[in-house]
Design a protein around this ligand. Structure first.
Ligand SMILES: *Cc1c(COP(=O)(O)O)cnc(C)c1O
Length: 369
C-alpha cells in the first residue's frame, strides 16, 4: 500500500464539476482581480471567524506581514512568538522591520507557553504572535490577559487552524487580527497561493486593505507604503466551492485523529506520545503529530512500507542561520529543541480511509514490538 501525507486528487474528484463551473464563470467574466468571488470569500471567512472584516491577500506569509504593518508595527519593535513554527511566522516579523523574540513552547500542545511570555517583554515589545500549530489554538486567555496588561497587539497565525475554536471562541474573535493561508495543503487549500487577514478592528482592516494595493487610496494617492498582494479571483472561486465542505472535512480529520490515538495508545504507548486536545479546544488536526522514539529509524522503516511521514519542524527558528544575529544558543529553548527532535506527523487528510490508517498503525506496531 502507498499512503501519502495527503491526497488532494481524491478531494478534487468530489468537487470537480463545481470547481470547473466556477472557474469558467471567472474566465467568462474576465474579472480576475478583486472581483465578486474575493468579496464573497472575504465575507464568508470573516463570518466564520466572527470578525467584521476579511482581507484577501496573496498568501499566508504576506497576511502576517500585512497584519503587522497595519497594526503599526515596524522598525525597532519586538514581536514575541514561538520558535517551533513554519519559517513564515518569524520571516514576516523580520520583513516588517521588527525583531522576533522567541519564547519556549508548552510540551503538551507544542504551542507558545503563556507562562514564559512576560519574562520576554521589554519596552520595545509591541505584539505577540501565537501560532495555532497543527490545528489547535494556543492558550488564548492568558495571552490576551498579558497583552491587555502591557498594551500589546495579538496577531494569531492561524495558517494551520482555520475552523478551530478555543472555549467556544473562533480564530480571530479575541485578538487584533488573525491570518490564514490557503496554500494547497492547508485545511482550506486553494489551487495556488492565497491568504487572508481577519480582524474586528476597522482601523487595522482598513489599513490592510490599502496595503495590499500599494497603499493606494484613493486610487493613485499613496499615504502608506504597501505592495501588491491580493487573493485572486480564480483562487477565491475554488475556495468558494470548498468553504461549505470545511466543517465536514474538519470532523473527518478529528475522527481519523481519534482512531489513530485510540489504536496507538493501546499498542505502543511506551514508544509514542499521541497528540492531546486540550479541554475546551476544537482541534482541526491540520497535522496528526506524535512524539516518537528512534524517529529517523521509524521514518525510514515506514517509508520502506510505502507510508509517508513528515517532520514539522526539524530545526527551530532560533537555530536558523538567517537568525544568527539574534544571538540565540542551543539550549535557550529546551522544550522547542526537544520537540524538534521527537515530532513526527502521520498521513492526515479528510479522505483518509480506515484500511489506510490500519496499515499505518500495524506498521508502527511492527517497528516497535
Ligand atoms: C503555511 C504557513 C504559513 C505561510 O503561509 P503561506 O500561504 O505558505 O505563505 C505561515 N505560518 C504557518 C504556521 C504556516 O503553516
Amino acid at each position: 500500500m502507498e499512503i501519502p501525507m495527503l491526497d488532494l486528487s481524491e478531494q478534487y474528484s468530489t468537487i470537480r464539476e463545481e470547481v470547473l463551473l466556477k472557474l469558467d464563470q471567472v474566465m467568462s467574466s474576465s474579472q480576475f482581480i478583486l472581483g465578486s468571488h474575493v468579496k464573497q470569500v472575504e465575507s464568508d471567512i470573516a463570518k466564520m471567524s466572527k470578525t467584521k472584516h476579511g482581507i484577501g491577500v496573496g498568501n499566508g506569509s504576506d497576511a502576517i506581514h500585512i497584519a503587522l504593518q497595519a497594526a503599526g508595527i515596524g522598525e525597532g519593535d519586538e514581536v514575541i512568538t514561538t520558535s517551533f513554527t513554519f519559517f513564515a511566522t518569524a520571516g514576516a516579523i523580520t520583513r516588517a522591520n521588527a525583531v522576533p523574540v522567541f519564547v519556549d513552547i508548552d510540551p503538551v500542545t507544542f504551542n507558545i507557553d503563556p507562562s514564559k511570555i512576560e519574562a520576554a517583554i521589554t519596552e520595545k515589545t509591541k505584539a505577540i504572535i501565537p501560532v495555532h500549530l497543527y490545528g489547535q489554538m494556543a492558550d488564548m486567555d492568558p495571552i490576551m490577559e498579558i497583552a491587555k496588561k502591557h498594551n500589546l497587539h495579538v496577531i494569531e497565525d492561524a495558517a494551520q487552524a482555520i475552523g478551530s475554536t478555543y472555549k467556544g471562541k473562533q480564530v480571530g474573535e479575541m485578538s487584533s487580527a488573525a491570518t490564514y493561508s490557503f496554500f494547497p495543503t492547508k485545511n482550506l487549500g486553494a489551487y495556488g497561493d492565497g491568504g487572508m487577514v481577519v480582524s474586528n478592528s476597522d482601523e487595522l482592516a482598513g489599513l490592510a486593505r490599502v496595503i495590499r494595493v500599494h497603499g493606494s487610496k484613493p486610487k493613485y494617492h499613496h499615504h502608506v507604503l504597501g505592495y501588491n498582494s491580493r487573493l485572486d479571483e480564480m483562487q477565491a472561486a475554488v475556495l468558494s466551492v470548498k468553504i461549505p465542505h470545511l466543517p465536514t472535512w474538519s470532523e473527518n480529520r478529528r475522527k481519523h485523529a481519534t482512531y489513530y490515538t485510540e489504536m496507538l495508545n493501546d499498542a505502543v504507548s511506551k514508544h509514542v506520545v499521541t497528540p492531546v486536545e486540550v479541554e475546551g479546544n476544537y482541534h482541526v488536526f491540520h497535522q496528526y503529530t506524535l512524539r516518537v522514539e528512534r524517529r529517523h529509524e521509524l521514518q525510514a522503516f515506514l517509508k520502506d512500507q510505502g507510508i509517508a511521514t513528515m517532520i514539522y519542524y526539524p530545526i527551530p527558528l532560533h537555530m536558523q542561520p538567517v537568525f544568527k544575529e539574534l544571538g540565540y544558543q542551543e539550549g535557550d529553548l529546551p522544550e522547542t529543541e526537544k520537540a524538534a527532535k521527537e515530532a513526527l506527523s502521520l498521513p492526515m487528510f479528510p479522505e483518509l480511509k480506515q484500511e489506510q490508517q490500519d496499515y499505518v498503525i500495524a506498521k508502527i506496531m511492527e517497528f516497535y514490538l
